[in-house]
Design a protein around this ligand. Structure first.
Ligand code: BEZ
Length: 275
């Protein structure tokens, strides 16, 4: 798989020489996702407001996860299709919302052709290192005049956490220190240019800090790493893993642990673009 690292412009498909990249896990545990990481879709309600779905509109929820935001969109009277590359997530979404439509589909392989008035995506696109493939698929999926409304991690997202992960990998003598890069966090100018180069008119785009409280008190950061940062644990034996986690926690505690809770240093890129 080719990759893009933030800061490289304008070719989105430049292979990375240094970093190992991984696609988003396709076998996430849907129960754990909903039980301990429900902030992902709860914060997404703001993005649904930005979408402002209208009765009868056809809307694609790209990376719908367990379907909660698809359901919020559907409450407006819009007709929603939720897609996700994880069969586990789609199964959970179908169970939770049997009246809605969900399908397994990869954001890099969208096959839709002009069927949607809007494509919506929350907290997904930072997992994909080939943004142009996604943008082209979204553009093709949209009817003339359609809109793309999305939010995901932008440049600087979880920068403190990533620094701590690399420092802790070095501490446990892992050869992976500084080489793991599971995420794509573009800047405003980078992503706006990609949209414009690929047929969109960008009407709104912004980057903002959104410190995000993690559930489960002192265990919150470990839970987050288990769910989203497992690439950093690969190749470590049990003792190294424990050392890694303790080191990360010690490193970040002064900055990111407040009032008995961990706060992830999220930074969001939010946008509205039209075809
Ligand atoms: C995010 O929403 O910013 C995010 C989620 C999981 C991993 C990395 C970033």
């Amino acid at each position: 798989m080719t990759t893009t690292r933030p800061g490289k412009m304008p070719n989105a498909n430049t292979p990375s020489e240094k970093s190992e990249t991984k696609p988003a896990p396709s076998a996430w545990n849907a129960n754990l996702y909903d039980a301990k990481h429900d902030f992902v879709w709860k914060y997404g309600s703001d993005v649904v407001s930005l979408l402002a779905p209208q009765p009868g509109e056809r809307i694609l929820d790209l990376g719908c996860g367990t379907g909660h935001l698809s359901a919020q969109i559907a409450e407006s009277g819009a007709r929603v299709l939720g897609v996700d590359r994880s069969p586990e997530m789609i199964q959970a979404a179908r169970q939770a919302y049997p009246k809605l439509k969900f399908e397994v589909a990869d954001a890099m392989e969208l096959k839709f052709d002009g069927e949607f008035d809007a494509v919506f995506s929350n907290a997904v696109l930072h997992w994909i290192h080939e943004p142009v493939r996604v943008i082209l698929g979204v553009r093709r999926a949209l009817a003339p005049g359609g809109r793309f409304v999305a939010e995901f991690g932008g440049r600087g997202n979880i920068a403190k956490m990533v620094r701590a992960f690399d420092q802790a990998l070095a501490h446990v003598n892992s050869p992976n220190a500084g080489k793991i890069n599971p995420w794509y966090y573009p800047s405003v100018s980078e992503y706006a240019a990609l949209l414009e180069q690929n047929g969109f008119e960008v009407r709104f785009i912004t980057l903002f800090d959104r410190p995000t409280g993690l559930a489960d008190g002192a265990a919150g950061l470990r839970n987050w790493i288990a769910m989203f940062g497992s690439a950093y644990l690969e190749g470590l034996d049990a003792a190294q893993r424990e050392n890694f986690l303790r080191r990360v926690e010690d490193f970040l505690r002064p900055d990111l642990f407040r009032e008995e809770q961990w706060w992830a240093d999220y930074r969001r890129l939010r946008l509205v673009a039209f075809v």
